[in-house]
Design a protein. Sequence first.
Length: 208
Amino acid sequence: MKRLITTALIVTLSAGAAQSATIFSLDIGGTDDLESGFTALPVDGSVTVAGIEFTQSVGSNGFRSNDPSTLTKDFAQANSGETMTVAFGGAGDLAAGLWQVEIWSYDYNFPADSFNTGIVDDGTSTTLVTGVTPNPTSTLVASTDRLPAVSFEFTSDGTSAYSVFLVDEPGGGTRTRLNAVRLTFVPEPGSLAMLSAGALCMLRRRRN
C-alpha cells in the first residue's frame, strides 16, 4: 500500500510539472526564418501543436525585411486600423486556468503610431483583455531585441475558444508587425504544493 501511495505521489508531482510546462511558442512567417524553440505559424495560415490548431489571420499580407533576427525577420502586418488575430484552437482546447500571453511586435513610428492588443472570447465576442501598454524597451524600438512588446494574463474557462488580437492604431502612416506569440500555462500558486502535501499526509497516516 505504501508503494502505491508513493507511486501516486510521484504521478501527482509529474502531472503538475507537465501542466506547468505547457508552452506554445509561435513564430509568425516561414520555416526558413524560424526562431529556435518556436513553431512556424504561416501568415494567414494555421499550424497544429500538441493537438491544438493555431490560426493567424491578417488584413494584409506581411513581407520579409532585412532584419538579421529570425524572430522578427518575417511577420504578418496590419495597415492603419486593420486587425490581426491568432486563434488558440477551438472551444475547450485550452485547459481551464490562468494563461500568460506574450506578443512580439514592432512599429516603425512608436508611439506616434502604435497598436492596441488583447484577447477575445470567440464564442461570445467578449473582449477579456485590451489596452495593454507596450514595453518601450521591446521589439517596438529595437527589432533585434528578444523581449516581447506586450505581456498579459487571462483565465480560460476550459470550454471556450480564444483569439489574441492586434490592431494597428491610425496615425503616423506606418504598419504594425506581428512577429511572434507565446502562450504559457500558469499554475495556481500553491496548487501543486497542496496536492503534494495531501499525498504526503496520506503516506504518513499509513505509516502510523
